[in-house]
Design a protein around this ligand. Structure first.
Ligand SMILES: *[C@@H]1O[C@H](CO)[C@@H](O)[C@H](O)[C@H]1NC(C)=O
Ligand SMILES: *[C@@H]1O[C@H](CO)[C@@H](O)[C@H](O)[C@H]1NC(C)=O
Length: 336
C-alpha cells in the first residue's frame, strides 16, 4: 500500500465519520425540536380526514357546555383524593391503548409517597353501526377497571377541544382536594416518577407546564393538519401554549379555564385553545425545569439511562409504549 492510498483511506474514513455525525445531529434534532424536517412534515403531511375544512364548518367547533357523561366515576376522585390525576383522551375503540397504559406507566398508584390515578376520556364512536356493541363493551370495561369517563359528543379529531373542555369540567367538579392534573395523549411514554418529583417542587397555584410553544405561526395552508383560516383566528402567531402531548396544571386552573372559555372563541386545535384561555386569564405558562423533559419524539440513537431521564416522550403506537416500558424497567434494574 502506497502512502498515497493510505492517505486517501484516512480521508474517506474522516468523511464517513463527519457524515455520520451530521446525520445523528439531524435525527436527534428532528425528533426533539421543532426543526425543519418536522415542520415540513407538519405542513405537507396531507391528513385529509383530520384538521379542519372551512366548507364543513369544522374550523369552528363550539363548546356549548351541553354534553353529559354517559360513563362516569362520580365518587372515585373525591374519595381517593390523589395528589395527581392523569387524564388520557382516547378514542372509544382503542381498547388496546388503554390496556397497554393500564399495564405500564399508569399502573403505580403511589409514587414517591403521592397518590396518582388515571382516567381515560372518551367520546362517542363515529361509526353508527358499531356504536351499540362498542357502548356495551366500554361499559363492561368500565365496570372492570373503574377508570373510564365517556361523554356524549362525537369523538373525532376536530372535536378535541370539546374533549379537553369536558376534562376541565370534570376535574373541577370531581377532584376538590387534588393538587395537580395532567392531560396526556395515549401514545406517550410517561415517567410518572420524574413527573411527581418535578411537581413536588412546583408552585401549587396558577401553574401550567409542558413543552411550551412560543411564537408558533398559524398555518394557513388548507392541506395542513393544523390549518386554521383567518376567519376562525385572525392573528398570525399563537400565544404561548403547552403542546397537547402532555401538559400539567395546578387544580385551581380547571375552573378558571372553564369560565374563560365562554369568552374565548373556539378553535379546534385543543392545546392552542387552552393557550388562548390562559392568555385571557393573564396567566403565563411555566417552562419545565429542563427544556428536554417533554419530547416530541425520540432521537435515533439513545445512550445509557435514556428512559429514566425526562417526563414525556411521543411514541408511534401502543406496541412501542410497551417496548419502552420494558426498556425503562431494564434501565431501573441497572441502577440508572
Ligand atoms: C395535498 O392534497 C391536496 C388535495 O387534497 C393536493 O392538491 C396537494 O398537492 C397535496 N399535497 C401534497 C404535498 O401531497
Ligand atoms: C362534534 O361533536 C358534535 C356533538 O356530538 C357532533 O354533532 C359533531 O358532528 C362532531 N363533529 C365532528 C367533526 O365529528
Amino acid at each position: 500500500m502506497t502512502p498515497w492510498t493510505r492517505a486517501r483511506r484516512c480521508l474517506l474514513c474522516l468523511m464517513l465519520f463527519l457524515m455520520t455525525g451530521t446525520l445523528m445531529f439531524i435525527f436527534h434534532n428532528s425528533s426533539t425540536e421543532l426543526s425543519w424536517p418536522w415542520n415540513i412534515w407538519r405542513t405537507y403531511n396531507n391528513v385529509t380526514t383530520e384538521g379542519c375544512s372551512v366548507s364543513t364548518d369544522q374550523c369552528f367547533v363550539a363548546y356549548p357546555h351541553e354534553y353529559h357523561l354517559i360513563v362516569d366515576e362520580p365518587d372515585r376522585c373525591w374519595k381517593e383524593n390523589p395528589f395527581l390525576v392523569l387524564i388520557i383522551p382516547v378514542a372509544p375503540h382503542n381498547r388496546e391503548a388503554r390496556d397497554v397504559i393500564r399495564n405500564t406507566w399508569s399502573k403505580e398508584t403511589t409514587v414517591l409517597g403521592r397518590g396518582v390515578s388515571h382516567y381515560f376520556l372518551l367520546g362517542l364512536s363515529k361509526d353508527g353501526d358499531e356504536s351499540e356493541v362498542l357502548k356495551e363493551q366500554v361499559l363492561q370495561e368500565s365496570q372492570r377497571h373503574h377508570d373510564i369517563l365517556q361523554s356524549d359528543f362525537v369523538d373525532s379529531y376536530s372535536n378535541l377541544t370539546i374533549k379537553t373542555m369536558v376534562m376541565f369540567e370534570w376535574l373541577s367538579s370531581h377532584c376538590p382536594k387534588t393538587s395537580y392534573a395532567m392531560k396526556i395523549d395515549s401514545d406517550i411514554f410517561l415517567n410518572v416518577h420524574n413527573l411527581v418529583d418535578m411537581l413536588n417542587k412546583a408552585p401549587r397555584h396558577l401553574y401550567m407546564t409542558g413543552r411550551v410553544a412560543r411564537n408558533a405561526v398559524v398555518l394557513r395552508d388548507p392541506n395542513s393538519k393544523w390549518f386554521l383560516p383567518v376567519s376562525a383566528f385572525a392573528e398570525s402567531v399563537y400565544p404561548p401554549y403547552a403542546l397537547g402531548l402532555g401538559y400539567v396544571f395546578s387544580m385551581d386552573l380547571p375552573k378558571r379555564i372553564q369560565e374563560a372559555s365562554s369568552h374565548v372563541p373556539p378553535v379546534y386545535i385543543e392545546d392552542v385553545y387552552v393557550g388562548l384561555c390562559m392568555r385571557h386569564l393573564g396567566i403565563s405558562l411555566t417552562d419545565p425545569p429542563q427544556s428536554d423533559l417533554f419530547k416530541q419524539g425520540m432521537p435515533y440513537f439513545k445512550f445509557g439511562c435514556y428512559w429514566t431521564y425526562g417526563i414525556a416522550t411521543i411514541l408511534q403506537n401502543s406496541d412501542q409504549v410497551q417496548e419502552v416500558w420494558e426498556m425503562y424497567q431494564t434501565e431501573l434494574q441497572k441502577g440508572c
